[in-house]
Design a protein around this ligand. Sequence first.
Ligand SMILES: NC(=O)c1ccc[n+]([C@@H]2O[C@H](COP(=O)([O-])OP(=O)(O)OC[C@H]3O[C@@H](n4cnc5c(N)ncnc54)[C@H](O)[C@@H]3O)[C@@H](O)[C@H]2O)c1
Length: 335
Amino acid sequence: MIKIGLIGAGFMGGTHSACYESLLGNGYFKVTAVADPDFDKADKISVKFGAKVYATGKELIEKGDVNTIDICLPTYLHTEHALSAMEKGYNVFIEKPVCLHEDEAGKLLEMKKKTGTKVAVGHCIRFWPEYAYLKKLVEDETYGKLISGVFKRISPRPMWGWDQWLLQGERSGSAALDLHIHDVDYVRYILGIPVNIKGEISSINGNNEHIFSLYKYEKAVVSIEGGWDYPSCMPFEMEYRVRFDKATVVFNSGRTPSLMLYNEDGTVTQPVLQQEFDSESEGLGGNLSSLGGYYNEIKYFLQCLNNGDEIKIAPLEEGIESLRLTMREIKTAEK
Ligand SMILES: NC(=O)c1ccc[n+]([C@@H]2O[C@H](COP(=O)([O-])OP(=O)(O)OC[C@H]3O[C@@H](n4cnc5c(N)ncnc54)[C@H](O)[C@@H]3O)[C@@H](O)[C@H]2O)c1
């Protein structure tokens, strides 16, 4: 039986808990412990599962009846908790970005090697239906080769974080490492490491709150924009526009229909995707209206553990490569 200890009962803790709730019928896992210094938040989740509440993540790892740890903590706390959990031999899910510094990445990789535990990173865009669809178009060359791509993720400042940790660059990595890394990871996932990178930062307050980057591949060019310096009244938006030889595919999370295919022969089609789980979930908070790829990634993680399979889609090593690529971008932008 997979026994999960969920650490951090904020926005992502609540989202993961909604995923676990939807998957409970599978019968091969339980959420046995929840930790958060805010007892009410932890309790609200724990009652759904009959789980025990702990005041801190460290206490849960030490004393909980668990064998799997799900880390939904502010990013600067990821590494110390992941190391403690792995040392105990527990499998771990770490929210993205996996960590903030190269020395942390080294310690995590070393501990994984030493303990042989399974570690997944929450690069949920890899599991988002519209992005999984695009990856398949690239792989199958359904409309020929990818020629160019524009990826965008914009948002008002994230004000929901505990103790305003998201607004402090040294605790969150700011928009470049917290928000933009979603698309950096995804572009690397479908196209690999670019041959050349250019980055530019537009900064209002000295934090990396808005980053623009240009990736040059041998036969393709991709631009990526990520920023959270917009007014609070502006909606969150994620978007891509990808031009293939024979068609252009456009996705925008704020539009209906959100996904369109413009064919070179002048016809327009609206791809219909199989949504395994797409219920509108009340009260998720943050910038969420549905469980989208979160449900798919949690289900995948649990299935890998249950079947004893290697985590292939977003393992620790992949989270670290995407962290390194984003840090490279920030460096080129700061030059
Ligand atoms: N995958 C995504 O799309 C996505 C979206 C948002 C956030 N995230 C990531 O998820 C992580 C959590 O972000 P969030 O938005 O949920 O933050 P949050 O501030 O909403 O929640 C963090 C929670 O951790 C708790 N906490 C603090 N110290 C603790 C400790 N020592 N032990 C136990 N609990 C503790 C806080 O009380 C708070 O409830 C971050 O790494 C963030 O980057 C990922």
